[in-house]
Design a protein around this ligand. Structure first.
Ligand code: PLP
Length: 372
């Protein structure tokens, strides 16, 4: 039933590769600047720069006004790698030692909870800490309620160990939704919270990628784009190219087998897909252990030698099968593109019932990263 033209690759078992286009990162940063001309840009490089490699992304994005990460350890790792310049830890610190480390390394921190204020309060020595106070304007994840915010602000602003100026920030829950009603309410709550402070408004930051694209009134002093820098669209039905963004990551894997299967032959675990015809089938060395989504169904597109082909059967741990009827020239050793140049990661995310963030951030350790 199998094997008419099965061959093995000359190089043996080569695995998946994520090729990172560093020039795409700097061009996408320029696209952010063109959209938010009067704002400074904090480039978000958390989660290993959404799978692109935090240190190399930080260097490629050196024109940004600062970087943002989620956790203290991510900021310290950037400093250890020699990355200078402003860094903001979006999750802030959980203990006095971390706050001290951040202050000594000149890393800014978000303050979003009373326990953090208590840590700042009890700090008596060391360099001043640079803080961004987070208002919960409706996401109900991190941040002070608008009613608690002014008191927290006044205490931190009066503390001698806190650097001036304090920054104010919030985060949007639904900036990717086209109608923008939730975002408008959040902006109004933020503005009310700032107005309650009296005096000149402090430097402020609201906008993630979706708001950079869709909510200019939220740009303020600092925008905080992540996903769009990597060349993917955060909008539910959006595509990066509509915004002039270029994919920074192209994920490929070698075809390790190409064969002819007979009409009716089931393919893969559970035999969920059967050959509609006697036809060529390819097998590529990538699977869910590499971060390719197991929920990508039969029919999910891939590129083989620049032509679209489709997954056939279930994604397994190390392999996927590909319907090669549209690619009669495909040979073992050819590389299959899973997403990236010519095949938007948004399209794969949609097929797999997830979002591009998850696909990029969950690439596995077996995927070789190359950059250029
Ligand atoms: C991750 C994150 C961002 C960046 O979000 P994108 O949608 O990737 O642009 C901005 N702000 C905060 C607080 C974040 O956690």
């Amino acid at each position: 039933m199998v094997a008419a033209r099965e061959r093995s690759t000359a190089e043996g078992w080569a695995g998946p590769t994520a090729r990172i286009d560093l020039s795409a990162l700097s061009r996408n940063l320029a696209a952010v600047r063109a959209l938010a001309r009067t704002s400074r840009v904090l480039a978000v490089v958390k989660a290993d720069a959404y799978g692109h490699g935090a240190v190399r992304a930080a260097r490629a994005l050196s024109e940004a006004d600062g970087l943002a990460v989620a956790r203290v350890e991510e900021a310290l790792a950037l400093r250890r790698a020699g990355v200078e310049g402003a860094i903001l830890v979006l999750g802030g610190f959980q203990d006095p030692e971390s706050l001290d480390r951040l202050a000594r390394e000149r890393v800014d921190a978000v303050v979003h909870a009373p326990a953090q204020v208590a840590i700042v309060r009890s700090r008596s020595a060391g360099p001043p800490v640079r803080l961004w106070v987070k208002v919960d304007t409706g996401m109900h994840r991190l941040g002070f309620s608008p009613s608690d915010f002014p008191e927290v602000w006044r205490e931190l602003a009066a503390h001698p160990g806190v650097a001036k100026p304090l920054h104010a920030m919030s985060h949007f829950a639904s900036a990717d939704e086209p109608d923008g009603a939730v975002t408008s309410r959040q902006i109004a709550r933020f503005d009310d919270a700032l107005a309650a402070l009296g005096g000149a408004p402090p430097p402020a930051s609201l906008a993630n990628s979706a708001a950079v694209l869709a909510a200019p009134r939220a740009h303020r002093d600092w925008v905080r784009p992540g996903l769009m820098l990597y060349g993917a669209s955060p909008m539910a039905a959006g595509r990066a190219r509509d915004h002039g963004l270029r994919p920074a990551m192209t994920l490929t894997a070698p075809l390790v087998a190409v064969k002819t299967i007979e009409r009716g032959a089931p393919v893969g675990y559970g035999g969920t897909w059967a050959a509609p015809d006697t036809m060529p089938l390819g097998v590529a060395a990538i699977g869910y252990a590499d971060g390719y989504p197991r929920h990508a169904p039969s029919g999910t597109p891939v590129l083989v030698n620049a032509r679209r082909a489709a997954l056939a059967g279930r994604v397994s741990m190390d392999l996927v099968a590909i319907d090669l009827r549209g690619c009669p020239d495909a040979r073992a050793g050819d590389r299959v593109t899973l997403w990236g140049e010519g095949l938007p990661v948004e399209e794969i995310a949609q097929a797999a019932g997830t979002i591009p963030y998850e696909l990029l951030a969950r690439l596995g350790p077996r995927v070789e990263r190359t950059a250029g």
